[in-house]
Every structure is written in C-alpha cells, then in structure tokens.
Design a protein around this ligand. Structure first.
Ligand code: AHR
Length: 644
C-alpha cells in the first residue's frame, strides 16, 4: 500500500466551474501502547449454532439421506420414491411397525408384486438437494430391514445418476430376510466424475415385502468420528480458530411447543435411540443426529469451550413462559444436563455418559439460561426465572459461569448475552455502542450479532459493517468478553434458507466463507491479549454525517506487537496519521492484511468461493509517527512488531 508522507492532503474539487484546492485534514489515531484498557479474553471470538437454514441436517452433520427415519412427514414419504424398471411392479408406503428397544417406529414398506427378472425394483432417496459423489471415497450405507416370508433375496445398494444410467458405485447385501436386523455395506467409489446430483437407491429383482427403517449413508467425516461432521465445513471452522461454541440455540432451544424444545435427553445414544423432533422454530424436521454428545465432540475437535444453553421455560410463542411454579422439573433437567456433561461415573448422569463411551467429563464451564428471555412479553418473568436457575446451578456448581439471556437485576450474571442484528447503516452507529456501555453492568457476551446485507451469505458491504461493529467490541474489551456471529450456516439451495445473510454457505458438494467469514477469521487471527488506550481525531464524515473510519488497537503483552485495525467505509482512499506512545521501538516493517473488493455488493459463492479474501503484504514505513493510506471500502489490519 502506498504511504502518504504529509500530515494533511490537498484535495481538488469543483466550485462554480472552477477547480479549487482545499485542504483536508488526515484522520489521526493516537495510541498509548503503554496503557491497557482491558484484557482480551481468549474466548473473544467464537461460534454460535442451531438447526436453522439446514445447518446440521443438509449441512454440517454428514448424513447424506434426507428423511432417513421416515418421520419428516406424518402422512407422506418425503424424499423417497419408488424405482421401477422394465415390467416389474411394486409399490411403497409409509408404515409404522415398531422395533422393540429402539425409537424407530416408522418405516417404508416396499411391496414387490412381480418382477421380470431384469428390471430393478426398489427405493430411492434424493438427499439434501442431491447426493454428492466424490472420487476414491468410502461411503458407509446402513439400514434396518425386516421381510415377509416370501422375500429371501439380495439387495443392491448404489449411488447413481437420477436417471439410473450412470452407476457411480454399488454393492450387494445378501441374505436379507426375517425379523428386524441392521445391515451395513461399504461403497468405495473409484475414479468417478464428481457430482452433487445423484440419488441413493436400494433395489432388488425378487418378489416379496420389505420394511425399511433408519436408512443412512455417510461419507468420511472430520477426524473420522462416527456419526460425525462434514470435513470441508469443519475445516472452514477450524481455520477461524474459534474460542467457543454456543449451542444448541437460538430459537431451536425453545421451539413453539414444550414437546418440541431441544430435549437433550432424547438426543443421547445410538441414532436408533433418538425419536427425532419437529423443529418448528424453523419449519422442518430435525433428525437429532446432532445430539448433545455430538455438539460436545465438535467442541473437542476444534478445541473450543462449550457454552451450553439450557431450556428455562420460555417458548417461542413469545408471549409468555411457563409459570414459575411449574419450572422445578426444568431446573432439575438443567442440573441433570450439567451432571451429564461434567459428572464422574459415581453420579447418575455422569454414569450415563460413561456408558455412552465418554469416560472423561467434558468440563463445561459456561451455562446459558434460555435464549432471548426478554421476549417473554406478557409474563416478563425473565428475572425470576434466571434467579431460579442461577441459584440452583450455583448451589451445586459454584464455579460454573451462569449467563443470562436478558437483562436481569436480581442477580449479577457472570455474563449477559446481548443480541444485535443490524443493517449496514445501523452498524456505523453501533460501532460506538460499547463506548457508552455502563461498566457496572454484567460483562457482555455478544451471543448473536450480524450486519445483514447479502443473500444467502453476506457481501462486502456486510463485512464493512461487521468490521465497524467489531472494532467497537475490541476497543471495549474491558466489558465485552465473548462474541459470536449468527447464523453460522446456510444451505444455499432454494427453500433451504429461513434467515438471510449467513456466514458460511454450502450445497451438497462444497462450501465457502462469505466476506464476513474472512473478516472474522482475519480479526481473530490478529488480536492481542490487551486492548490499549487510543483515540481518533478528524474522523472523515459522509455528507449525511456518518463516520467513515473505524478502528481498534490491541497488543500482545508478551511480544509488544500491536494490531491496528482500520475500517475505511468511504469510497476514497483515506490517509491516516498514526501517533504511537510506547516504551518500545516500533519496527519499521510489519505486515498488512487487506480485505476489499471493487464493489460493495460483491460476494463469494459456490461458483466463486474466493472472490473476496484477505490479501497479505509487507507494511513499510512504520514507527511511532507515520502516515498510512487505506483503500476505499476496505478493512486493513496492520501488525506492527516492537522491540525493547
Ligand atoms: O439467529 C437467528 C435467530 O435470531 C435466533 O434463533 C434467535 O435467538 C434470534 O432471534
């Protein structure tokens, strides 16, 4: 980047047809590197997640079949169809034969009435907007089946094109007959042409009746976890180096009805033990493949702290919560949940976890009470409900941080979860929200925030708004301790999105980060452990008097490295004078990382995933007093090394 050398610049503008030279003053950022404002928490940047926009089913959770337990629709076999070739005749129907000892009480019944010996007959699943096929990849298919006395045959399991003409991979399952049994088969693709537009089928050429339940297909998962996550999306998350994961919601925690809340006890154990539930918060069924232990495994995989939200009686009707005197079982449920995640084998719920294959306690240190409890507009009992949960949790687990999801007065929460969704225009004002924040209030957890510009994922304008807001949080790290953007995920296929402007987009085959993703990744990779004293003068203003320049400064207290973040939202290059007071020498050469794009409406997508990414270069001419130029519509991080 070009370095400006003078304190002020001459700009030319037209006045009554004459060109006039006018002096404009550079903005000045004063940094006192010796004076700490606050400690930056290692959990400053984290992740927030819930089942929205097909975040897990059709997203992070690697299962490839949709409606695998036949529970998505009570009357129809959504996403399943009959395969019928030649003159073979058959039919499929939704049935409900119970399987003892499991939660599987729905099945697909296939009746093969007649076959011509050549034409296949069977069932097909179209996945979450297609089944992806990758070359040289191992897929694991499994299903439960029972047959009538007539069927004693072989089934062929395959992934093939929708017209059945190209078989990418297939394998036989012999001797399928008798009572309920689980069958598994491995499908190894070779050198196939990759696609996201395939179907999964199970076919035969023999007559009889077969009942299927829980039909599943998994590709390889991140860290090879059984029932695990998609590799590509986990890699994008790992690159962000998040400090924590907030789960399981969001609205997904609560839902519209008590019976459809996220009931953690119903998400334990093998997937055949999970009843699944209606995710009526976001309008589709949840397989509950992502259960409480999968969330915790995800935290282990990415070395994140868990922020576990517990249901506290507020339902999504958003008018009132369950009455205070009916909350006892839910307080107990929260205590059980904490015992499950943290208890040892001598405790009732700790022993359940041990039995499920995780002897070591997860050591969860953060519990959030509810979600957006202030939406309890009629009853307004959030203070009383928080108090109930807080007192019960602290009595048993005094060291656990208990987060409130509304502003409460009766107890001082360890953190208050505050949510901010805003437009680009609002972002510029919100950049100062925490400058004015009452320091005597609870420490802040920005548990959901986003500048909502761009669909389905955000654009460069959103990244500028995000950056302005984040600089405000970093500057006020004495009060803001944790932050996480929401929503994290969106499946980009039509009708998959319920909430626009999301961080990471994907289809069945690939995923990408939005400009907001790259912005956060850059910010979280370039942050010290302290925010330091700073001020700005001569802030450039737009005609409507909105500020055009935002900044934050943080310091690594061990090395002395300063991280100066500058957000130039104007459409002109801004020269800024940097004045640093420090007991160390600032090295003349450092690093600059710039995120920008030609148009603010530019974005990343499945077909152009890296159109907007941060670009690193050498920053020259640094010192205690220097001037630096910042591109129009850009976010720049200057990493400035220091020595004693
Ligand atoms: O992030 C989308 C939704 O916004 C969350 O589920 C809810 O907590 C908030 O209102």
């Amino acid at each position: 980047m070009k370095k400006a050398i003078c304190l002020s610049a001459l700009s030319l503008f037209l006045l009554g047809g004459r060109t006039v030279a006018q002096e404009t003053k550079n903005a000045v950022i004063n940094i006192n590197a010796n004076e700490k404002v606050g400690d930056i928490s290692p959990m400053f940047y984290g992740l927030m997640t819930e089942e929205i926009n097909y975040s897990y089913d059709g997203g992070l959770y690697a299962e490839l079949l949709r409606n695998r337990a036949f529970k998505d629709n009570d009357t129809k076999l959504d996403h399943w169809s009959l395969v019928q070739e030649g003159t073979s005749v058959g039919q499929i129907a939704l049935d409900s034969v119970e399987q003892k000892g499991t939660a599987l009480n729905r099945n697909l019944r296939l009746d093969i009435v007649s076959t011509d010996g050549k034409g296949r007959i069977g069932i097909a699943n179209d996945g979450f907007w297609g089944i992806p096929v990758k070359a040289n990849t191992k897929y694991t298919a499994s299903f439960y089946a029972k047959t009538d006395a007539d069927f004693k045959g072989t089934l062929t399991v395959a992934i093939e094109s929708n017209d059945g003409k190209t078989v990418y991979v297939d394998a036989k399952v012999a001797k399928v007959n008798g009572d309920w049994r689980k069958y598994s088969v491995v499908l190894n693709t070779g050198k196939v042409e990759e696609t996201t537009n395939a179907r999964f089928i199970i076919t035969t050429k023999q007559t009889g009746a077969i009942w299927f339940s829980l039909v599943s297909l998994f590709p390889p998962t991140y860290n090879n976890r059984p029932n695990g996550n998609r590799k590509d999306i986990m890699e994008l998350l790992a690159d962000m180096k998040p400090g924590f994961l907030r789960f399981p919601g969001g609205n997904y925690l609560q839902s519209k009805k008590l019976e459809t809340r996220f009931d953690w006890k119903l998400t334990l154990g093998d997937i055949s033990q999970r009843p699944t539930h209606d995710n009526n918060s976001w309008g589709y069924h949840s397989s509950d493949g992502m259960g409480i232990m999968e969330f915790l495994g995800w935290c282990e995989d990415l070395k994140m702290e868990s922020i576990l939200a517990v249901f506290d009686g507020l339902l999504l009707s958003r008018r009132s919560a369950l009455s205070l005197d009916s909350l006892k079982p839910y307080v107990q449920d929260a205590l059980d949940e904490i015992e499950f995640v943290n208890g040892d084998a001598s405790t009732k719920w700790g022993a359940v976890r041990v039995k499920l294959g995780h002897p070591k306690p997860y050591n969860v240190k953060y519990i959030e009470v509810g979600n957006e409890d202030f939406f309890d507009r009629v009853g307004k009992t959030w203070d009383a409900r928080y108090t109930l949960f807080y007192d019960a949790i602290k009595a048993k687990y005094p060291n656990i941080n208990v987060i409130s999801s509304a502003h409460v007065k009766t107890r001082m929460p360890d953190f208050e979860d505050i949510h901010d969704y805003f437009s680009y225009k609002k972002a510029l004002g919100l950049a100062h929200k925490f400058d004015r924040y009452k320091r005597s209030d609870a420490k802040v957890f920005e548990g959901e925030w986003a500048c909502r510009e761009g669909v389905p994922t955000t654009n460069m304008l959103a990244a500028l708004g995000d950056a302005a807001f984040l600089t405000g949080m970093e500057r006020n790290a004495d009060i803001v301790k944790m932050s996480c953007y929401a929503p994290l995920f969106v499946n980009v296929n039509p009708k998959a999105m319920q909430w626009k402007s999301d961080l990471i987009g994907y289809d069945a085959g690939s995923s990408y980060g939005s400009p907001s993703y790259y912005l956060q990744k850059t910010f979280s990779e370039n942050i010290g452990d302290q925010s330091v004293k700073s001020s700005i003068e001569n802030v450039p203003m737009a005609a409507d008097t909105t500020e055009q320049l935002f900044y934050s400064v943080t310091k690594n207290s061990k090395s002395g490295t300063l991280f100066l973040k500058i957000v130039n939202v104007s459409d002109t290059t801004q020269s800024v004078n940097i004045e640093i007071k420090s007991d160390k020498t600032i090295l003349p050469e450092g690093e600059e990382i710039v995120l920008t794009s030609d148009k603010v409406t530019d974005t990343n997508s499945i077909t152009d995933p890296k159109k907007i990414v941060p670009v690193s270069g050498v920053a020259k001419g640094l010192g205690k007093h220097f001037t630096y130029s910042f591109k129009p519509h850009s976010v720049t991080v200057l990493r400035m090394g220091a020595k004693s």
